[in-house]
Design a binder for this molecule. Structure first.
Ligand code: GDP
Ligand code: MG
Length: 163
């Protein structure tokens, strides 16, 4: 398996919603790869003629940052090991949190391509709140709405061009 994209980020930013959108054309073909752990969903997709796999991390991490911070850190390191490309997802509604900062600090040292998706940018008004995420030091922002699909085409163009 190659061209593996791992979606990482703190709980509730919309990772699973984004995962479902990225794989919607292929309807969540769950991969039969050995060693697949139960707290991660695997799917396949194709964009611009390039096939890739997507990992949705943190499936069983409930929405409490304090208790599960360590678990999220573990998921990020697993993703870094396993994936070719990291898709770090943050939430424009919540702004930058301590946990976002922590994940960003790990990802800034990673040699693999990292894409920063600012999710929940459902309308033009919300684009105005996105630039604060440049503060994470990860370069370009991709403003998306996993819910309504806006911006995900541009994100996918960039993602698959990194393979
Ligand atoms: P995860 O914990 O990171 O996997 O996040 P989920 O995908 O479970 O989404 C958490 C919540 O955010 C759910 O209520 C989603 O409906 C909501 N959500 C996800 N994407 C968007 C989006 O683009 N816009 C808005 N407004 N809500 C979203
Ligand atoms: Mg989830």
């Amino acid at each position: 398996m190659s061209n593996i994209v791992a979606i990482v980020g703190r709980p509730n930013v919309g990772k699973s919603t984004l995962f479902n959108r990225l794989i919607e054309s292929r309807k969540a073909i769950v991969d039969g790869v050995s060693g697949v752990t139960r707290d991660r969903n695997y799917g396949k997709s194709v964009w611009n003629g390039k096939e890739f796999s997507v990992i949705d991390t943190g499936g069983y991490v409930v929405n409490s940052e304090d208790v599960f911070e360590e678990e999220i850190r573990k998921q990020v390191h697993l993703a870094i090991d396993e994936a070719d490309v990291i898709l770090f997802t943050v939430d424009v509604e919540g702004g930058i949190t301590d946990l976002d900062q922590e994940v960003a600090a790990i990802l800034r040292r990673v040699k693999k391509p990292v894409f920063l998706a600012v999710n929940k940018v459902d309308n033009n008004q919300r684009i105005l709140d996105a630039p604060e995420f440049y503060g994470l030091g990860l370069g370009e922002l991709y403003c998306i709405s996993a819910m309504n699909g806006s911006g995900t085409g541009d994100l996918l163009d960039a993602l698959v061009s990194s393979f």
